[in-house]
Design a protein around this ligand. Structure first.
Ligand code: SF4
Ligand code: ZN
Length: 316
């Protein structure tokens, strides 16, 4: 929030006082124009990437945090204008004591307020143990090569996919912001992972009939603005961080990018746009990846075992 803008009028409506300065565009916005600009950005992103069909059943991945709650509100508003489309919220309960319970409650309350159906899938039901139990087991066994988030990420992706199939969704909409996307790009570059660099994009490819396609309507919305939107709209969201939040490399990349953005406004957008242009040339890397069925669980996998079963085997 920019205090120097308080005496200035909004650059868009030129009537109401500005409360927010957008460094990368030079705009000073009032609350109403700010909220409308985010909605317009999301609509433009959705249409540019052909994210939805008019009659899609969309599963929104709602964690209960600010980004996913903001996305749920925007998609619910958009869906009202498309009577043949339908929206369902899905929440994954990883089983993180003292953390996920509050998020679940917040997700449910927002869904109820918006009249959106809410579906919860838990690690416990899906895998037979909670994330807490799994990490305890990893510690007991002395398996240390993966972070908590690495386990959680793989199992959660699977859980969202299973949940989306259960609710017969055509697409899963996730609340990844511009920041998440650009961090992921840099992390994949730093790891030298070209396949991932090519695969991670605003709309995932149709690689297997059992994979529900993922779309990211917030991919051009900076995280700072998605947070601010939740405040402007006065929605309830969970703001305590996950006790396991430990993805060391992402934290470093986030800090670095934020520093760059502060000094050179527009850096994040520049990386995002560069990737949009480079990605088609990387398509060859993805085409070589063939999906079969995991011998253990039958879910789509790029080798004999899927990533989920591979992880779980280490802990057996
Ligand atoms: Fe899972 Fe890591 Fe997110 Fe916690 S911070 S919910 S462990 S991915
Ligand atoms: Zn498997």
């Amino acid at each position: 929030m920019d205090t120097s803008a308080t005496a200035t009028l909004c650059s868009l409506c030129k009537r109401r006082p500005a409360f927010f300065f957008r460094p990368y565009s030079g705009e000073k916005l009032c609350q109403k124009c700010f909220a409308e600009s985010i909605e317009a950005k999301v609509r433009a992103t959705v249409s540019k990437h052909h994210m939805f069909n008019f009659d899609d059943r969309i599963a929104v991945a709602v964690s209960g945090g600010k980004d996913s709650i903001s996305l749920l509100h925007i998609l619910a508003k958009m869906e009202r204008r498309h009577p043949e489309a339908s929206l369902v919220a899905v929440t994954v309960d990883e089983g993180i004591k003292g953390y996920r319970d509050e998020a679940l409650q917040i997700a449910a309350a927002n869904c109820q307020m918006l009249g959106v159906e809410h579906h919860v899938v838990s690690f416990e039901k899906l895998y037979g143990f909670t994330l807490d139990q799994l990490l305890e087991r990893a510690q007991r066994k002395g398996v240390k090569e993966l972070t908590s988030c690495a386990y959680c990420g793989v199992l959660r992706r699977r859980a969202f996919n299973v949940a989306a199939r259960e609710v017969e969704a055509d697409k899963i909409a996730t609340a990844h912001t511009l920041d998440d996307e650009v961090q992921t790009v840099l992390m994949n570059i730093f790891r030298g992972d070209m396949l991932r660099l090519a695969k991670e994009k605003p709309v995932t490819d149709e690689v297997h009939p059992r994979f529900v396609r993922k779309v990211k309507p917030f991919c051009e919305v900076p995280e700072r603005e998605s947070t601010l939107l939740a405040f402007v709209k006065g929605v309830r969201f969970q703001d305590v961080p996950c006790p396991y939040a430990s993805e060391a490399m992402r934290n470093d990349v986030r800090a670095m990018l934020n520093r760059m953005e502060e000094k050179h406004a527009g850096t994040k957008h520049a990386v995002f746009r560069l990737m949009e242009r480079v990605r088609p040339g990387l398509a060859e890397a993805v085409m070589k990846e063939e999906f079969k069925e995991c011998v253990e669980c039958g879910e789509p996998a790029s080798s004999v075992l899927c990533r989920t079963c591979e992880l779980l085997r280490r802990l057996e």
